[in-house]
Design a protein around this ligand. Structure first.
Ligand SMILES: [Zn+2]
Length: 547
């Protein structure tokens, strides 16, 4: 089932003027009106965000950022000198600082908070280097250019050894053809990867421009992930935490499953009755299944609204477009295949019945302000704007994925804060799906409560991949802790089979992005501005974390 959608910017702006996109979208109308009258948009209500799901069904979310470890050496950038400590309320969170120099310090931060301690110079080799040689800096920049091109070829060659390794490539066709014509074997590629890493190490201290240093740090982290993936292709196995750290740039330390029992008890109160809780929850949520013949219309409407809410805050690339496809036989529930030229193919897996909540989840995550927006901003600002060829290739197993999945998941709440999501689902999407809107808010309360469980998926994946439990137990625990049917649990574990520690990128990535962006309780315009900066500059997970 295919239908090509072309939604040029002009059309959406026209729709914006006519308020057609947002006719039933109160938060958007409020935002537009506020902009028209040149008054600041009021901050969104602090009510809990509705539940969301990650790409793979079921979703991921809450991860305790206090237990995230920063991977040393993943960035050589110093924290900005004017960084402020995050506002704290209640239980202290991780100390999150803006570690990426191009990103702004939070303007909404109370000024009476103490500044963070000054970093030790020895912790930051680039700062300690204090380069001042323009000739050396120029030479270093040229070397980084050369490493970047070599990294693209290397990535494309690695992609010939593993299906799915290259998530997107839209660079020069000649480079692709040359890279895959006679790809080196894995051993030779590993040697080459390490040579490129050593070359970057050698020249990075000579770089003077902060953005060039960010570029070099990004390349180094991507190469480290490539090295790890090649080692894995050669048979190396790491613990779940180490694999995640090497590939995605953060080392997760996950909560024990029993810590989710209180959340299960809270959900039990929402869906009382006999039999297993998962069965009751599934039976309740099944009422909100989108009929197959309504999928196209519901998803088009959902993505249109995700786009409308995004374009009000972030300038899209000219002529951006996407194609929506419904597919089967996948371990994921949605996927964005970025094609270059500001065009994406967004696929939705219909192996299992699709519930209404997935429309906005996937519309935002795969489309706007998620993967489609991220990729088009990378192409527009990095590849075309700066001429950085390395961004024309996207290796799936790399720190880039934590940023991509984290921003895509966070983008759901970003686009639909507070009550706007239930309003949109009740007033727009349920009627389109032919679903009778519920008389109360129990549906959204349940989804919200279930979000507290989603970190359990990471723990189950860790136990399973580390060999502590077998596959059947992983499926059974997924049913119990994520409250899904055996079929959905099977799909979830199949995703872990295929993508392994990649699962951390959803919940953990979202938590890292959220903690960074919402530091200091900024208003919504500032939140969007920070979000746009994360996806428009070289950003590593460690840039968003406290040291
Ligand atoms: Zn995704």
């Amino acid at each position: 089932m295919r239908r090509r959608l072309r939604l040029p910017l002009a059309a959406c702006l026209a729709a914006l003027a006519l308020t057609g996109c947002y006719a039933l979208d109160p938060e958007m109308k409020r935002s537009v009106e506020a902009r028209k009258t040149q008054t600041p948009t009021a901050p969104a209500p602090a009510s809990p965000a509705p539940a969301k799901q990650a790409e793979a069904d079921p979703a991921l979310a809450e991860v305790d950022v206090r237990r995230i470890e920063v991977v040393k050496g993943m960035t050589a950038l110093p924290p900005p000198s004017d960084a402020r400590a995050p506002a704290t309320s209640g239980e202290p969170r991780a100390t999150i600082i803006p570690g990426l120099t191009a990103l702004p310090p939070p303007s909404g931060t109370p000024s009476d908070l103490p500044p963070p301690p000054a970093p030790a110079a020895t912790d930051w080799p680039v700062r300690a280097a204090a380069p001042a040689d323009p000739a050396a800096a120029t030479l270093a920049g040229q070397t980084v250019d050369a490493v970047a091109t070599a990294y693209v070829s290397l990535s494309l060659e690695i992609g010939t050894h593993e299906k799915g390794y290259i998530d997107a490539y839209y660079g020069p066709k000649g480079l692709l053809d040359a890279s895959i014509a006679a790809p080196r074997d894995q051993k030779a590629l590993l040697v080459s990867t390490r040579q490129l890493m050593a070359k970057l190490d050698e020249v990075s201290p000579d770089l003077t421009d902060p953005i060039e240093r960010q570029r070099s740090a990004f390349l180094a982290a991507q190469l480290r992930a490539a090295e790890t993936r090649l080692m894995m292709m050669g048979g190396a196995r790491f613990s779940f935490a180490e694999e995640a750290e090497r590939l995605f740039g953060v080392r997760p330390v996950l909560r024990p499953l029993k810590s989710y029992d209180s959340a299960l008890a809270a959900i039990d109160n929402l869906v009382p009755g006999e039999g297993p809780l998962a069965t009751r929850v599934e039976a309740y949520l099944d009422r909100f299944t989108i009929p197959k013949d309504k999928l196209q219309g519901v998803f088009e409407a959902a993505i249109s609204r995700c786009r409308g809410r995004t374009v009000a805050h972030v300038a899209l690339a000219p002529g951006d477009s996407f194609e929506l496809q419904f597919v089967t036989g996948k371990s994921w529930s949605g996927y964005n295949y970025y094609q270059g030229g500001y065009h994406s193919i967004i696929q939705v897996n219909t192996d299992l019945p699709i519930r209404l909540s997935r429309a906005l989840d996937l519309g935002c995550h795969e489309g706007y302000p998620g993967h489609h927006l991220l990729n088009m901003k990378l192409e527009e600002q990095m590849v075309k704007g700066r001429g950085w060829i390395e961004y024309s290739v996207y290796p799936l197993y790399s720190p880039q994925s934590l940023i991509a999945e984290g921003t895509a998941n966070y983008g759901i709440d970003l686009a639909f804060p507070g009550q706007t999501r239930p309003d949109t689902e009740r007033d727009v999407l349920m009627p389109l799906a032919g679903i009778e809107p519920p008389a109360d808010d129990k549906y959204w309360q349940l989804l919200d409560a279930m979000k507290a469980l989603t970190g359990a998926r990471l723990t189950i994946a860790q136990q399973y991949l580390d060999g502590a439990i077998d596959r059947a137990t992983a499926v059974q625990l997924t049913e119990k802790y994520l409250l899904v049917s055996p079929a959905r649990a099977e799909q979830s574990v199949a995703f872990t089979d295929q993508y392994r520690s990649y699962v951390i990128n959803y919940g953990l990535g979202e938590e890292i992005v959220r903690a960074y962006i919402e530091r200091g309780e900024p208003d919504r315009d500032e939140i969007w501005r920070r979000f746009a900066l994360i996806i428009g500059e070289p950003t590593l997970p460690s840039d968003l974390l406290a040291r």
